[in-house]
Design a protein around this ligand. Structure first.
Ligand code: AGP
Length: 357
């Protein structure tokens, strides 16, 4: 098969660089594309399902529905969904899957459909099983993703999940796409301008064997997805958790050999989460742990020396920030793994679509 890599060394970095276009595509989708699904969402119990990275996008969607549209949404990983929730004719299931062929996700869809629930599907592969099964199929249009690791498709799914919540909150009127358009411009700046800075940090600490990835609120799914990406491609142990969970046990792991990646929220967007994350970081530093922070406009009161390394990311609006931070996490995973000589586009043991039980 002919390669369309051009001058790129790997599909992973090529596709990370296509994230901004993936977002522009979502901003350009018409209000009418979403209207039928959104009309149904307005009157239904909402559930979200996906596997792996797509599950973490569902988690982000859960925050969006709650914080933007004031709606509660059930969300479980596809492999456990049926042990935890049963849907009915008053329900709508939003399934998220790049391939549209993931066995666990399709199975939940089948059960939900048999119980009378309606299906919304967000997929990148046109004509996939999930698209064909759905009442309201939404095609991501992010372009073919070749690397086994999902990067641009995660970004595009997150933008669509945000858009569903924003359209629902807009109550029949078209949602404002200004934030998505501004995000796309900042993503271009991030992947072009900041990639060398992120590469330097990732290369410097590539030998560290144990990592925490921490976030709070909408940054918690970002930490979870970034740790998954990091593990998949670097084969290094990383554990993701909400910043508030640390003090309930895992903090005993911290010593000077332990590193933490912190996805720090913008203090102006969410002062409470910001203060909470900073207090968790103090707890880590007090035990000799080292911290790499991704953040924005740290206030002048931010303690000097708390972070071993800090990467200042472009500022965007509150609900776009997880996407900026996701892409920063993808670059961090990529550059460390390249330096370690890993098989970037086909990491060991992984397949692009997990179509088996
Ligand atoms: C992502 O980097 C992974 N390779 C994996 O977790 C993936 O997201 C998962 O298997 C779900 O795939 P899907 O989106 O095609 O359903």
């Amino acid at each position: 098969e002919a390669s369309d890599l051009g001058a790129w060394p790997h599909y992973m970095i090529k596709e990370i660089n296509e994230a901004a276009d993936a977002v522009r595509n979502v901003a350009a989708m018409s209000h009418e594309t979403f209207a039928p699904a959104v009309e149904r969402l307005a009157d239904s119990d909402i559930a979200l399902v996906g596997a792996g990275s797509s599950h973490y996008v569902c988690m982000l969607g859960q925050y969006f529905f709650h914080q933007i549209a004031g709606r509660r949404a059930t969300c479980h990983s596809a492999d456990e969904f049926m042990n935890l929730a049963r849907l009915d004719a008053d329900s709508i299931l939003i399934s998220i899957s790049q391939s549209g062929e993931t066995y666990d996700t399709l199975r939940v869809m089948e059960y939900a459909q048999a119980d009378g629930a309606k299906l919304v599907s967000i997929n990148n592969v046109a004509g996939s099983t999930a698209q064909r099964m759905s009442d309201f199929p939404i095609l991501q249009g992010a372009g073919r993703e070749v690397c086994v690791l999902s990067t641009k498709s995660v970004v595009s799914q997150t933008a669509i999940a945000w858009r569903l919540a924003a359209e629902l909150a807009a109550n029949g009127r078209p949602a404002d796409m200004g934030d998505l358009t501004a995000l796309a411009a900042q993503l271009d700046l991030l992947v072009q301008g900041l990639s060398p800075t992120i590469r330097d940090v990732a290369e410097r600490y590539r030998w560290i064997e144990h990592w925490f990835f921490l976030g709070r609120g909408i940054h918690w799914p970002v930490a979870a997805e970034s740790a998954l990406k990091f593990k998949e491609v670097s084969y290094i142990h990383a554990e993701a958790m909400p910043a508030g969970f640390l003090k309930h046990g895992t903090i005993s792991l911290i010593d000077e050999k332990f590193f933490t990646v912190a996805f720090i929220p913008n203090a102006q967007h969410d002062p409470e989460s910001f203060a909470h994350v900073v207090s968790s970081l103090h707890e880590i530093a007090a035990r000799g742990g080292n911290i790499i922070g991704f953040g924005h406009d740290l206030p002048s009161t931010f303690p000097e020396g708390l972070l071993e390394a800090y990467i200042e990311l472009p500022s965007v609006s509150k609900f776009m920030d997880p996407i900026i931070q996701l892409v920063a996490g993808e670059l961090f995973a990529y550059h460390g793994a390249v330096k370690l000589g890993r098989n970037i586009d086909r990491p060991r043991a992984l397949a692009k679509a997990v179509t088996v039980r």
